[in-house]
Write a protein that binds this ligand. Structure first.
Ligand code: SF4
Ligand code: SF4
Length: 207
């Protein structure tokens, strides 16, 4: 099956959405204040799942640019991750394994990291399409900052993810076009996105 590539305009747009996320994140992190510097944890071992074909395709834009040696190393790490995470899940445990893209503690594909990598940390809110309002307290370090510096959680600044998620959802719709309903829903770790290769197109009866 044909690989799915993001058209240049959409690739540019996803980059802009990610840049808006970074601005919104930095604003809240600056007020709190929260920084990852000196943190004893590394969130790149969190078990995060990702749901969009467009982010998967954008991740692969970055992976394609890697040299062969790095690509081989990352592929092997991704295979190990997938294998180990399946064993842990079968045992009823939530995997805590280092992301195959992490390189000596830092993201090895920073420009192409996914939305959750960009929003995790500061407190956030989200209004779902059904109107339900969600609030995320932020990472453990952020919660320590909030508990020390603010009378209540509600007094702390939050990053509103709603518009950013909506923009990404709209971009996903344009990316998949008329075939959107034919694509299976995805729920993949970054390691699974690497092992599976880039997202593939769906063949319709008319093709
Ligand atoms: S997001 Fe929070 S827990 Fe994760 S590295 Fe940064 S400060 Fe530490
Ligand atoms: S893509 Fe980068 S930031 Fe995200 S979990 Fe992997 S190494 Fe960490």
């Amino acid at each position: 099956m044909k690989e799915l590539f993001l058209p240049p305009a959409l690739s540019c747009e996803i980059g802009e959405i990610y840049a808006s996320m970074a601005t919104a994140y930095d604003e809240v992190a600056g007020i709190l204040p929260l920084t990852c510097q000196g943190c004893p944890d590394n969130c790149c071992d969190s078990y995060f799942l990702h749901y969009t074909y467009s982010e998967w395709a954008y991740l692969w834009e970055g992976i394609r640019a890697l040299d062969d040696a790095r690509l081989d190393r990352i592929l092997q790490q991704a295979k190990d991750y997938v294998e180990q995470s399946r064993v842990l899940i079968a045992r009823g445990q939530r995997p805590q394994l280092m992301c195959p893209l992490n390189d000596q503690g830092l993201c090895g594909l920073y420009q192409h990291r996914l939305m959750i990598c960009r929003t995790h940390g500061v407190p956030a809110t989200l209004t779902r399409p059904d109107g339900q309002h969600l609030r995320f307290p932020g990472c453990f370090r952020c919660q320590e900052v909030v508990n020390t510096a603010y009378a209540t959680e509600a007094d702390a600044p939050t990053m509103d993810r709603t518009i950013l998620y909506q923009r990404l959802a709209q971009l996903e719709t344009r990316f998949l076009g008329g075939k959107k309903g034919l694509f299976p829903r995805i729920k993949l770790t970054i390691a699974e996105m690497i092992v599976a290769g880039p997202p593939k197109d769906i063949k319709t009866n008319r093709e």
